[in-house]
Write a protein that binds this ligand. Structure first.
Ligand SMILES: Nc1ncnc2c1ncn2[C@@H]1O[C@H](COP(=O)(O)OP(=O)(O)OP(=O)(O)O)[C@@H](O)[C@H]1O
Ligand SMILES: [Mg+2]
Length: 378
């Protein structure tokens, strides 16, 4: 497939582990670097989100008919998200070279004899509805090559935020937290450190009935329980060397409530302890990787949790902890931007993974192309 990239625009679509909405990024490229032109977060219809999250529970069993229908329904919702951004910005679909659609992860099992990862949201439906070629299924080739299939964003962090002679860390605080270490020598490392918001969201929903702890105020109303924190931090995942990746099928409410130490702890103190767990596990992972970083640049929804950001700054002092916004990069749309970048890599026949990050046997071209009806591409 030939790629005329001169004025090409791409769309990146993702719903992350928190499933708080579908992020859409409209991106153009300048010297190979993705530049955000416009962004939009499309809300999930409540009933669809509930059914989708039920499917993503580790213990869920679902019949194939329900699964197939859900795949299409989620695809329709992704198409709505893309079309809404285009309409709001008066951008004709014909000017979009391709959509990179991550889909919604409903299972991520990178270990064992038959490792797999499963993202749904039928890309053929998105291509048909939008009239735009769609690249999707980005993680499977990396897993087939012995990798974790995640994280994939470090390659984009490197393209956008590497500065020669400086060691920088990019920290994504989504449902799960992942770090990218951009070495002063150009080397890149990265892995999932553990939970960012997933457990805090789950506990807050259970205790307060709200999807997340706005600004960390609920956590700030409690005290960290040292015994519970110690028990949570003793989980093997935190000590595991990279490459490693995780998801909500591991760090979920049952993981938390399975710790007997929880029973005697007051609800606000549990929230405070979960925030501390995120901060400590992230700080520990960063220290384990780099003796001296100049800056930690934070993206993802957790950047809006002032209590968490302050705690990270305390733990990582004297390293500066700041939002990627300080470098002109929207912290909410970096992941969606990454999937526009990955779509372009696929069309150019270039690798999308970093083997040093995912542990794959080598660089791999990632994703499958779903051509729009009537498209000239083959
Ligand atoms: N004002 C806020 N105060 C506290 N937390 C917030 C605020 N806004 C967003 N968040 C947190 O950010 C989360 C969403 O972040 P984000 O969209 O980066 O996660 P994600 O979609 O799961 O991405 P990923 O795939 O990286 O895990 C919410 O679930 C919530 O916990
Ligand atoms: Mg999100």
């Amino acid at each position: 497939m030939a790629v005329d990239d001169a004025d090409a625009l791409y769309l990146g679509l993702i719903s992350g582990t928190s499933a708080d909405g579908i992020d859409v990024a409209l991106v153009h490229f300048q010297d190979g670097k993705p530049r955000l032109r416009a962004g939009y977060v499309h809300p999930w219809p409540v009933s669809l989100r509930t059914r989708m999250l039920a499917l993503a529970q580790a213990e869920s069993s679902i019949d194939l008919d329900t699964f197939g229908r859900l795949d299409v329904e989620i695809g329709e919702c992704f198409a709505d998200a893309a079309l809404t951004l285009l309409k709001r910005n008066n951008i004709p679909a014909t000017t979009i070279r391709a959509i990179g659609s991550h889909g919604q992860t409903v299972r991520h099992r990178p270990g064992g004899k038959y490792p797999f990862t499963l993202q749904i949201g039928d890309p053929a439906v998105i291509a048909e509805r939008c009239g735009i070629d769609v690249v999707a299924d980005f993680r499977r080739a990396d897993i087939a090559a012995g990798g974790q299939g995640a994280p994939l964003v470090p390659a984009v962090h490197a393209a956008l935020l590497s500065t020669p002679g400086q060691t920088r860390i990019v920290l994504n605080l989504g449902g799960i937290a992942n770090i990218t270490v951009l070495g002063a020598d150009g080397g890149v490392l990265g892995f999932d450190t553990g939970p960012a918001n997933a457990l805090m969201d789950a506990w807050c929903l259970r205790q307060r009935g709200t999807a997340f702890d706005r600004d960390g105020t609920y956590a700030a109303s409690g005290q960290v329980d040292d015994k519970l924190l110690k028990a949570l931090l003793a989980d093997d995942y935190f000590a595991l060397p990279p490459p490693k990746s995780s998801g909500r099928e591991y760090f979920h409410l049952a993981w938390l409530t399975g710790h007997p130490q929880l029973r005697t702890v007051a609800a606000p103190d549990v929230q405070a302890t979960l925030l501390e767990l995120t901060a400590r596990s992230v700080a520990q992972a960063i220290r384990g990787q780099v003796a001296a970083a100049s800056q930690v640049l934070v993206c993802g929804g957790g950047v809006r949790n002032g209590v968490l950001m302050r705690r990270l700054q305390e733990l990582l002092h004297p390293v500066e902890v700041t939002s990627t916004a300080s470098t002109g990069i929207d912290p909410d749309l970096l992941e969606a931007t990454a999937f526009a970048w990955l779509a372009r890599q696929r069309l150019l026949g270039l690798p999308g993974n970093l083997p040093a990050v995912t542990g794959a046997r080598g660089p791999r071209v990632l994703g499958a192309i779903y051509s729009a009806s009537g498209s000239k591409s083959s």
